[in-house]
Design a protein around this ligand. Structure first.
Ligand SMILES: Nc1ncnc2c1ncn2[C@@H]1O[C@H](COP(=O)(O)OP(=O)(O)OP(=O)(O)O)[C@@H](O)[C@H]1O
Ligand SMILES: C[C@H](N)[C@H](N)CCCCCC(=O)O
Ligand SMILES: [Mg+2]
Length: 238
């Protein structure tokens, strides 16, 4: 039975997909079979035809096992994209697919659309949020955060939201890190201290996000121990 990590972030465009890709490559290199599952996808790629996330995972990251379920063209919040496309997002179906993936893979990385406080569908007269799914199916999560000015508030409020929902955060992954900036260096330590979570990865701001860069970072994670730490927080021995 495989392990699941829900990859969430302090919002959209934070780097969940990039960090998930590096984690997938690193865990595969440690001998794990890894599936990436992004059940709710909104927005098209630049070709105007492919779905942005699926396309990126397959064309740029070149990951072998990437799945989605609800693909919606409008680059919007899932609840609005669903309304505009007549799509009925059903959390139970997503959970069933996830169960099947857990049977087949050692690790399933599930990426959310945007952050945790993102509505999917209406249930019992209220909005069912991404965070409700993570809580209902007891998925441990990694929080992807920027390290630049403004990241403290976004990370602390996201962690507070996760705590209020009873979601278990495994740790932090910082993205677009700029070593030369005192704000970035201080934010990594300050945010980790404020939310009392381990730092599982720090991904630098890259000149270009290519498969080669992702592989280089995955190898670095293995050499520096980040990849092993991901498995340790999951309770998976290597
Ligand atoms: N470290 C980085 N260096 C340079 N560009 C980056 C970096 N991380 C992400 N990007 C770019 O920033 C954009 C947003 O990143 P990404 O798609 O991973 O965000 P996301 O959190 O997955 O967004 P969404 O909420 O849409 O899923 C992408 O174009 C990506 O290639
Ligand atoms: C379109 C975007 N890239 C993501 N797929 C969806 C982001 C939803 C964000 C909702 C919100 O926080 O307002
Ligand atoms: Mg993404």
């Amino acid at each position: 039975m495989g392990n699941v990590i829900f990859m969430t972030g302090t919002g959209t465009e934070i780097g969940k997909t990039v960090v998930t890709s590096i984690a997938a490559l690193a865990l595969e290199r440690l001998g794990m079979s890894v599936s990436v599952f992004k059940p709710v996808q909104t927005g098209l790629a630049e070709d105007g035809v492919s779905f942005a996330e699926q396309d990126w995972y397959e064309r740029v990251a070149k990951l072998p096992a990437v799945e989605g379920m609800y693909y919606m063209e409008p680059a919007m919040s899932p609840h609005l994209a669903a309304a505009l496309t007549g799509t009925s997002i059903e959390p139970e179906r997503i959970a069933e697919r996830l169960e099947r993936l857990k049977q087949r893979y050692d690790v399933v990385l599930v990426e959310g659309a945007g952050g945790l406080a993102v509505p999917w569908c209406e249930r019992d007269g209220r909005w069912y949020m991404t965070g409700d799914f993570v809580r209902d199916y007891r998925l441990p999560a990694v929080l992807v955060s920027l390290s630049s000015l403004g990241a403290i508030h976004h990370a602390v409020t996201t962690a507070a939201y996760a705590d209020a929902k009873g979601i278990r955060l495994l740790g932090l992954a910082f993205n677009r890190f700029q070593e030369q900036d005192i704000i970035d260096r201080n934010n990594v330590d300050m945010i980790a201290a404020l939310v009392q979570l381990p730092v599982l990865a720090v991904v630098p701001l890259l000149p270009a996000v290519t498969r080669e860069e992702l592989e280089r970072l995955a190898e670095q994670w293995i050499r520096q121990g980040e990849a092993k730490r991901w498995l340790e927080v999951l309770g998976v021995g290597v």
